[in-house]
Design a protein around this ligand. Structure first.
Ligand code: COA
Length: 600
């Protein structure tokens, strides 16, 4: 399957060499057989044989800065705040929702998710939800650690960190075993706002350090913790439920694209870039100008969990009217605390470097959020095709139109059907997709069907744990664990090419009016997140400006053309001849056994 995935994406000579390497690896009595046996042994004493390897490979050992490169965001509909109290009222309401949602998680009261779409109906592992408010990604010199706190049913002192004007405040949400109500929360937020306004007490924007690359931040942190005040402040942040970032107005027009950019990087140090703490999984951003959303540290859970939580909150806020009649003028509650920092000249130097790097990232991100209104998933379903497979083939078509070739592509496939399952990869640049995009002149419809079928087959393999990326990772890592020399399969150029995902894609559907987006995962690549709706599809395409090869605007414009051409093709062929053999034609319909075509 690996060879089939790579054969049409690399030069012929290189392919021949790789084929020989793969055959040697897979030969009876060869290294592959040995490592496979070890991997099977590992699976016997682990709930999930790939989880640790995957977490380390995908996130913890990745040294790139979290904003843009790793942390996806949800962008909420623009809010209309007319005053600071409006903003704080929204924040208090949202925090109330967060506390409700957290008590559902802690009480194991969230309804179990079930798979939809392909192979619908299977219950899904709920483990990721437990990490939403309890984990923290600690930076390390070589590798980060995902720290998880044990959650308890009993209310215990719990706090949120509120970021305002680059200052961090502790907002206790459980005091004397009682959860603060919305009115109390509002009062506390108002006090925080006032404290943040006192210019003489402002401390340096330490949060900027968390936007740096991981090794650099680990180094800065090791200097920071030498001081006990800093240590205490860090400890409070690391143990909080989540952050609420009260942002200053950005001064930009709040289009979809600009809101996505502001959510991804805060607009740099002159705007709200320092008003963040990227190591914490959930940061709710509430901008005074109405730019709101969530920034998410990705290692503890997937985008789908982020969507579920965000949608709960938006529904909660819509359904439960704000319980603020009038703000309390006086409160018995202890005042929120400002976190203190002692900044040595070393820390100042780290801060300057982090701010510079964030500024470069801000300048470099080329983003285009586009609502394609030509049609949505209903049209595609009417063609008896899987909407997801269709959109993936359209993305391949677009890439081919823009760049004249196909590249290793990543599409996240949920493997939550398995205990502790996260994702595997659907390699969407199938040979069939290449044949289709090349052909667009003759026999197009037949080839579109074949490409859709190949994509759907791959999806089913991936979601049932039969794709290759996690398996190869397992073999690679177990060899490392056994201190064996790296098998040639993994030092081969083809392998490096195969995991350099120029196109990194993900379906993140929502039922509320919001969208998810993220950055590219390689310097010369695209991040393409899509949200298929009944009659339209939202695409969030990102790339880096300093790559001469990519352009998000061009990609999106081409994509619109490709989707239109595919629609014309479907309409033309459907009016000429309806598919006759439904077993053949209903690519992607889960009720029909799908022929797995990846064995040689
Ligand atoms: N004819 C008609 N309808 C079809 C069809 C066909 N041939 N094939 C599928 N459909 C329907 C499905 O029944 C489904 O209907 P519904 O909207 O009523 O539920 C709908 O089209 C969507 O199905 P499909 O487009 O095939 O996609 P999917 O929902 O199965 O999603 C993946 C496929 C790979 C995206 C999904 O399995 C997955 O893994 N999602 C998680 C991705 C993820 O983790 N994202 C976040 C990463 S951070």
């Amino acid at each position: 399957m690996y060879l089939k995935c790579m054969s049409h994406l690399i030069p012929e000579e290189q392919f021949k060499k790789t084929k020989a390497i793969v055959e040697k690896f897979g030969a009876p009595g060869g290294m592959g057989e040995f490592l496979q046996k070890k991997l099977v042994e590992r699976s016997e004493h682990k709930a999930n044989w790939v989880y640790d390897y995957w977490l380390e490979d995908m996130y913890l050992s990745n040294r790139l800065a979290l904003p843009v490169n790793s942390s996806p965001v949800m962008v909420f509909p623009k809010q209309n705040f007319t005053s600071h109290s409006d903003t704080l009222r929204f924040a208090a309401h949202l925090i109330s929702g967060v506390l409700e949602y957290k008590s559902l998680i802690d009480g194991r009261a969230l309804p179990v998710d079930y798979a939809r779409g392909q192979l619908a109906g299977t219950p899904l592992c709920m483990d990721q939800y437990n990490k939403v408010f309890t984990s923290y990604r600690l930076p390390g010199a070589k590798m980060d650690t995902l720290v998880a706190q044990k959650s308890t049913v009993m209310p215990e002192p719990e706090h949120i960190i509120v970021a305002c004007k680059n200052q961090f405040f502790v907002l206790d949400v459980v005091i004397n075993f009682r959860r603060l109500n919305e009115k109390d929360l509002y009062t506390q937020l108002e006090r925080i706002r006032k404290m943040a306004d006192i210019e003489e007490e402002r401390l340096p924007p330490i949060g900027l350090l968390t936007s740096d690359d991981r090794t650099q931040w680990a180094e800065a942190r090791s200097v920071l913790i030498k001081d006990s005040t800093n240590r205490d402040s860090l400890d409070m942040i690391e143990r909080c439920l989540c952050l609420v970032c009260l942002d200053e107005p950005s001064g930009t027009e709040l289009t979809d694209t600009n809101r996505a950019l502001l959510m991804l990087h805060g607009g740099g140090m002159d705007k709200n870039g320092g008003n963040r703490w990227y190591d914490k999984p959930m940061q709710f951003v509430i901008g005074a100008d109405g730019c709101c959303g969530v920034v998410c540290e990705h290692s503890p859970f997937e985008g789908i969990v982020l969507v579920q939580c965000s949608e709960y909150l938006l529904r909660y806020m819509r359904g439960s009217p704000s319980k603020l009649v009038r703000a309390a003028s006086m409160s018995e509650l202890p005042a929120p605390r400002r976190l203190r920092w002692k900044c040595s000249p070393d820390i100042q130097a780290f801060l300057t470097a982090s701010a510079d790097k964030l500024q470069r990232l801000v300048k470099n991100l080329d983003m285009n959020v586009n609502k394609f209104t030509g049609y949505g998933k209903e049209f595609i379903k009417k063609q008896k095709m899987s909407p997801d497979a269709y959109i993936q083939v359209a993305l391949q078509f677009t890439f081919y139109r823009c760049h004249g070739r196909l590249v290793p592509t990543y599409e996240s496939a949920s493997i939550r059907r398995f205990q502790e399952g996260r994702v595997d990869n659907i390699r969407s640049s199938t040979p069939e997709a290449l044949a289709f995009v090349k052909a667009m002149d003759a026999e197009k419809m037949e080839l579109l069907w074949t490409a859709i079928k190949a994509q759907t087959n791959y999806t089913i393999l991936a979601i049932t744990g039969m794709a290759i990326d996690n398996h190869l990772l397992g073999l690679r890592e177990i060899a490392k664990e056994l201190k064996l020399e790296k098998p040639e399969l993994f030092s081969d150029t083809t392998y490096a090419t195969s995991i350099h995902f120029i196109l990194s894609t993900s379906q993140v559907p929502t039922t509320e009016e919001m969208f998810c987006c993220y950055g590219p995962v390689v310097p010369n690549g695209y991040g393409a997140c899509y949200n298929p709706q009944t009659d339209h599809i939202i695409f969030c395409v990102s790339s880096f400006r300093d790559s001469a090869e990519t352009s998000s605007d061009l990609f999106v414009k081409t994509l619109e053309g490709c989707l239109k051409e595919m629609q014309d093709l479907c309409l033309k062929c459907n009016s000429e001849s309806k598919p006759t053999d439904s077993t053949e034609k209903m690519a992607g319909n889960t009720k029909i056994p799908v022929k797995i075509q990846y064995s040689e």
